[in-house]
Design a binder for this molecule. Structure first.
Ligand code: P5A
Ligand code: ZN
Length: 477
């Protein structure tokens, strides 16, 4: 809808590149007249659909999908003290029904703990009802005051996957936390997006949680984006909302809970991490079109070539692949440009010479060219799609590795912080963290880092010199 022929801004100006690519590749239109609320174009919506189908398929292994209301009565919303404190400046309120002021104001959910847990209190009776593992995929509203950006920081989160689980005890909930971390890892591996997992410092955890484990991606400019969080809620909400059960001995016990969230930031990560100066680079797992066939029509053999293209399309589609044939009357170069902008993982060209040689020319989105025999094309194309996936993951891994630095002193940290995430040692004291953040103009992202690039070694605190563990600092979106 918005394609133009001049080049995209270079990726070195990441923000300019990002804004252009999501517009030109028909992902999101930001012209809706409310700040932070955006419109999905059909192509963006298709990408969203495939991405969330993948997420659903992973969740459905051990969760069930449900749906709770958008509006939360003020009295429920106000029950958990920490939670309200964390969200009070971000809530939109519904105050009227028509012209009549409501007796009880209604919050537009910024997240659904306070909508779901009163119901859990009714549903959970006995240990036999546990564990309870539900999720929903809904829109939520947060009156964000920081700079909004499409998919990255929005005021209507249109694609909020929130999982909420209930367990008999803290240990069982903790196992669920680990399970959900693994689930997030698998999801992002399927998207080819490398991640860093860490425990957020206490002051940055989810309001009402025992602790928060965050999933971060590293963007082209070296800034990080939190693309998922798993929270151990302990029994804080269970106490507030009276989620109790009768154990095997007939005693009433408080339940222990977790929640886990992923939003359209997962799509921002796909776009930002893989994209290049030509546009989107989509992983085949979620690309709306996985293969585009380009008939190269020269001379008199047009009909023959179109027939061969149609036959190939039918064969690939029958094998379950998402395929399009671009029959438009245009120069092949202009077609390549279009499909590259849209991130299609594999282009297959058929010209007269290929017909004669019973072969196909395949070019993946990273520009790797391969000739395959026409016979057995389904198998070859599947292999090339898998290889393309490995290549984009490897490229992204290399980027992450190159942008993960280590520093022993504040001076060293300041030398490498521009454009990078930096591993340091920190003793765990808030004062040292505050000082470090101030001296480096960065944020302490987390500890207990799960990344093959950061060793779990003992060191000296970068501020006070006391024994310390690894911590990550960086600048984030
Ligand atoms: C977990 C799900 C929660 O809300 N309650 C239910 C928990 N956690 S969270 O960390 O606050 O949000 C989960 C993830 O949502 C993304 N996110 C956003 N995405 C786009 N725009 C926003 N304004 C926004 N706010 C949060 C983050 O990826 C976060 O980890
Ligand atoms: Zn210290």
């Amino acid at each position: 809808m918005a394609e133009e022929t001049e080049g995209l801004p270079s990726r070195t100006d990441f923000s300019a590149w990002y804004n252009e690519v999501i517009r030109r590749a028909d992902i999101i239109d930001v012209r809706y007249p409310v700040k932070g609320l955006n419109v999905w174009y059909p192509f963006g919506f298709a990408l969203r659909q495939h991405t969330y189908n993948l997420l659903r398929s992973l969740l459905n292994r051990d969760h069930e999908e449900a749906l709770f209301p958008l509006l939360i009565p003020e009295n429920e919303f106000m029950k958990e003290a920490e939670h309200i404190k964390g969200f009070e400046d971000e809530v939109y309120w519904v105050t009227h029904g028509g012209l009549t002021p409501l007796d009880v104001k209604l919050a537009l959910r910024p997240t659904s703990e306070t909508a779901i847990y009163p119901m859990y209190s009714l549903w959970v009776r006995s240990h036999a009802d546990l564990p309870l593992k539900l999720y929903q995929i809904v829109n939520t509203f947060r009156y964000e005051t920081k700079h909004t950006r499409p998919l990255i920081r929005v005021r209507e989160i249109t694609s909020f996957m929130e999982s909420h689980t209930v367990h008999t005890d803290w240990e069982d909930a903790n196992n669920q936390v680990e399970y959900e971390i693994e689930l997030a890892k698998e999801f992002y591996r399927e998207l080819g997006v490398p991640i860093i997992i860490s425990k957020r410092p206490d002051w940055d955890k989810f309001p009402g949680a025992d602790f928060t484990i965050a999933v971060d991606a590293v963007f082209p400019d070296g800034r990080t984006l939190q693309i998922g969080t798993v929270h151990h809620l302990g029994d804080h909400f269970a106490k507030t909302f009276d989620i109790t059960y009768e154990d095997v001995n007939g005693e009433q016990k408080l339940a222990s809970q977790t929640c886990f969230g992923i939003s359209e930031r997962s799509l921002a990560a796909i776009i930002a991490v893989h994209g290049d100066d030509k546009g989107l680079v989509l992983p085949a797992t979620v690309a709306p079109t996985q293969v585009v066939i380009i008939p190269i029509i020269v001379g008199k053999r047009g009909d023959e070539i179109l027939a061969a293209a149609a036959e190939l399309e039918a064969e690939l589609k029958a094998a379950g692949l998402r395929v399009k044939t671009d029959k438009r009357d245009m120069r092949p170069g202009a077609k390549y440009y279009h499909w590259e902008l849209n991130g299609v993982p594999l282009r297959v060209e058929i010209g007269p010479r290929d017909l004669d040689n019973k072969q196909l020319v395949c070019v993946n989105r990273l520009g790797v060219k391969t000739q395959i025999p026409r016979e057995g094309a389904v198998e070859s194309v599947n292999r090339l799609l898998n290889e393309a996936h490995d290549q984009i993951l490897e490229k992204a891994e290399n980027h992450l590795e190159a942008h993960l630095k280590h520093a022993e002193t504040v001076e060293e940290a300041n030398e490498v912080l521009e454009g990078n995430v930096v591993a340091v040692h920190w003793c765990g004291d808030r004062e040292c963290a505050d000082k470090l953040e101030e001296l480096t103009n960065s944020a302490l992202l987390g500890t207990e880092i799960r990344s093959k690039y950061v060793a779990d070694d003992e060191g000296r605190c970068i501020i006070c010199g006391k024994p310390a563990k690894p911590a990550l600092i960086g600048r984030s979106y």
